[in-house]
Design a protein. Sequence first.
Lengths: 166, 277
Amino acid sequence: MAMRIPYRKFVNQLLEQLDSMYGFAIMLSRTREEAEDLVQQTCMKAIENASRCNGQGNFKAWLFTILKNAWLNRVRELSSHPNIPFDEFHLPAFAFVLPQEDEALQISAALASLPLEQREIIVLRDMEGFTYDEIASILECPPGTVMSRLHRARAQLRKLLEGALR
Amino acid sequence: VKPEAACADYQIQVTGYLDGELPAPAKSQLENHLASCETCRQYWLQEKVILERLRHHPRIAASTDLRSGIEARFSIAAPMATMLRSRIFIPASALILLVAIGIASWAMHDARADRTSQFTKLAVETHLRRVNHQLPLEVISSSPEIVSNWFSGKINFHLELPRHPKDSLYTEKYALEGARLVDFNGEYGAGVSYRMEDQLITLVVFPSTAVMPGGGDRVVSGKLIFHLQDQKGFHVITWADHGLTYALVSNLEERGQQSCMVCHHQNSEPRLSLLSR
């Protein structure tokens, strides 16, 4: 198991993406504790699989794919929990915690209240700037569906923010 | 194709157009359409506004704890990685690397458990100081409305205390005394004081983004998981609900479940079942 890129470079690249990974993780899980766990798991997986990373291609997309898979595993774990219904466990924390006073907070609350499929695609495209091909790869969906999913997500967001945006 | 159907298709394409992902022929068709269709042009402008806001939406940064924890983890792993790169002692160094990562993970897990434990400790200390008359209330009122409103603007979350009809079974059994701010790692939360059967009950509330409940016996009641433990002779119940984490401290009978009455006033009290320690 030999790394193809220098270890320090690998770590620096990973740390550069920490805020982005955390932003995506919190948008998926909607709680800080879950998001921190997801980022830690992603970093662990990344270093375990560093030999597969040759420094070519999109490093950030590779990390986001790991993170997304870690989240899917967590969802499966939560869904199989006999006492915590998945949809109840993932309450829209932002909606309750943040005061709804300014536009940014309203956007945060609206984003947090979107269904997972819409939340994740908006974060990937509109906040993290991934291309449609990269999004298709991270979400493991056909490239042709990215645009329509994104369209639905933005339409829903616009509906939620109706009147809030000047 | 009906005009509305054509517009619906064009509006999906607006998404790709704004993202620079629309192939050239489709792009040119859409531009022609936008030049002649006011509805779709309005749609394009609205989506553009949303997109602008999202692109400039403030990012949530990883906490310093998380960053430093991960940096520490990688600095532990660095010498092992050097050995791996040199392809010497590969099996041994791989094992050491995994052990190092495991130790660092355990340390991170410990930090989280520490925060939960500090939160429980804070709730017990607050209660103890209230019992000993060492901690005055900042708002004194038996009105849930007044106390809830007092917190508005002082804490970074919305807290609405339960309101029961006057002269109900529950208002006879317990009384709200008032509240104060409570500090946890530099963040303000709510400390609410109730009295029941001459016993004091303290409720401490923080956003779940600051701390999660844990420790003690896990008890499931409906959709919630409660953590029951005893500290300094008091019963402590912690749980999370709707984005907030609660700690209820009392000296009431059983393990303090009776104190749940301050919020849960259904005629049939929830049945608690012990899961695990």
